[in-house]
Design a protein around this ligand. Structure first.
Ligand SMILES: NC(=O)c1ccc[n+]([C@@H]2O[C@H](COP(=O)([O-])OP(=O)(O)OC[C@H]3O[C@@H](n4cnc5c(N)ncnc54)[C@H](OP(=O)(O)O)[C@@H]3O)[C@@H](O)[C@H]2O)c1
Length: 217
């Protein structure tokens, strides 16, 4: 499967790309500037010892992939979606965005739609299946392939089949994904990130995460 990561050149994107490539997927790193995407793809390929990851500009990345993820700061959420709206039609779109309050990342500043996920679904329309995932896992943990990830991934969105595909990918990436409901659940899932940031600051750590208990294996 070809999976694009728009804005995949920053903190969160490369770790997701690495884990997806190690799971056997073809990955396209997207960027506003193709050269920047190529550079990150080259670095990751050197680490992987293969050529599983390509670089492209965001529009080309979205056009070429079957599944598209986005890891841009929330301030660039709608502007980036605007650029790729056409290319996302009929596809699964995995939104990783967290609308933190820019003045205090221990708090949320949710958009009028309720969450970034609901905003993306409203903006892209029903033909794009928006799924929220990976908001509660820290970038440096994803980025180190030797680091066993012991937190769970909460997955929500309105399309049941799309969520199954994403949970399957999460499993291939060595994590456990749980379907936690429709797109409105993203208000809670995205909101948990501000609590994790608060816990990181309080405990002087970087990788607080969420783990569910009491559920069947
Ligand atoms: N970092 C984490 O640990 C973490 C954990 C969970 C969730 N998240 C969420 O994941 C998303 C990405 O986080 P991040 O830490 O990876 O962000 P980041 O490193 O600050 O930015 C990621 C990429 O977004 C692109 N970008 C930056 N400003 C932009 C703009 N104004 N317009 C369009 N593209 C822009 C840049 O790519 P180009 O310059 O190549 O276009 C940049 O490399 C955020 O919504 C964040 O809340 C992050």
């Amino acid at each position: 499967m070809k999976i694009a990561i728009l804005g995949g050149t920053g903190e969160q994107g490369p770790g997701l790309a690495l884990r997806l490539a190690l799971a056997g997927e073809d990955v396209i790193i997207g960027s506003r500037a193709k050269e920047k995407a190529d550079k990150v793809a080259d670095e990751l390929n050197a680490e992987l010892g293969g050529k599983r990851i390509q670089g492209a500009d965001n529009v080309q990345a979205a056009a070429s992939a079957e599944i598209v993820m986005m890891t841009v700061p929330y301030s660039a959420h709608i502007s980036t979606l605007e650029a790729v709206k056409t290319q996302l039609q009929g596809k699964i779109f995995i939104d990783v965005s967290v609308p933190l309050d820019p003045e205090n990342p221990r708090r949320m500043k949710m958009p009028a739609a309720g969450s970034a996920t609901e905003e993306a679904q409203q903006f892209l329309g029903a033909d794009t299946k928006v799924v929220a995932a990976f908001q509660n896992v820290a970038a440096h943990i994803l980025r180190d392939p030797k680091h066993h990830i012991d937190c769970d991934i909460l997955v929500c969105g309105n399309d049941v089949e799309a969520k199954k595909v994403v949970i399957g990918l999460i499993s291939k990436m060595g994590m456990k994904g749980y379907n936690v409901g429709t797109a409105d659940s993203a208000r809670v899932v995205e909101g948990l990130t501000s609590i994790l940031i608060r816990l990181n600051i309080q405990n002087k750590v970087k990788g607080a995460g969420i783990r569910l208990t009491g559920l069947p294996e």
